[in-house]
Design a protein around this ligand. Sequence first.
Ligand code: NAP
Length: 325
Amino acid sequence: MKCALITGITGQDGAYLAKLLIEKGYKVYGTTRSESRSNLQGLEYLEIREQVQLVSLDLTHYQEVEALLKNIKFDEIYNLAAQSSVGRSFAEPDETMSFNVQSVLNLLEAVRTVRPSARFFQASSSEMYGRTESLPIIETMPLNPLSPYAASKAAAHMLVNSYRNMYHLYAVAGILFNHESHLRSQGFFVKKVIHDSLLIKYGKKETLQVGNIEVRRDFGYGPKYVEAMWRMLQAEKPDDYMICSGRSILLKDIILYTFRLLDIPESKLIVEPAFYRPTDIEDIYGDNTRTKEELGWEYEETFYDILERLIREEEEQMKEQKLIP
Ligand code: NAP
């Protein structure tokens, strides 16, 4: 039986990846900073809480990371833990940079020292590329981070590349573009649009307030993206890949589509300049050709299909939680 470690297992991707690996017959361990109940909601929602072994761990403490890797013979390590919000990184650059880089360095050092045969996946981000001269983005384009989050992910990305080249580890980075699911944390754009729109539809909220919605992003479906992560660790040779849909969509169109589906008038949309970020990228989308051709990953969904699915799922859950009638 293969044994996998998922850091950040309580997050959106961690929970879906755990479910996938369990279905594939893995023994799954996952790290969390604290085992509070609210934290375990994703695992409970996917009904896998009892099937994963949780480990409380501070990834910024090298000794703790090394001890874990000494004690358990992991075949695969998926590093998903991170301060993952671009917006929050402007308010907390210090925590974002120190956690997102130190944790990766500790894991790579521990792999090199005590478990060099383990395969290592790092969740890198499309944000690392910033504003590019051309689109679509491909793996080899220069990095040009425009937020503390992007800078932290770029530093971690380079560490993974260095460790692969210096020590010949099987260490790879999946360059993830925005991806959504029912388990997306509150506050992220798509989750907020769906949640607030449902409150408006049922008369529990007046308006939807958003920042800059005249930008385009490459949005995809989380449960499909974790499958690409797994495929990256099954490949013959270690390499980095883009995990993206290959298309971008205007943020405003996501709102208008949701409003149309829920019968909400456009007058309920308020654009709030106070929510604008210090820097924003106008358009971004990636090229997933290599990921499909070399890893056999399939991704054909449009974001409008995903939106409809997410709205239905959120509505069901909000009714169950009695947030709406
Ligand atoms: P998420 O839902 O925010 O989960 C991240 C997990 O990291 C949290 O559950 C948290 O678990 C853990 N964590 C550890 N230290 C943290 C800290 N200092 N601050 C906040 N959380 C911390 O993220 P996700 O959407 O699953 O994304 C997984 C990975 O992919 C992340 O590395 C993210 O940066 C990257 N990524 C995601 C996207 C996307 O669209 N979702 C796009 C590009 C890249 P505990 O609280 O249990 O420790």
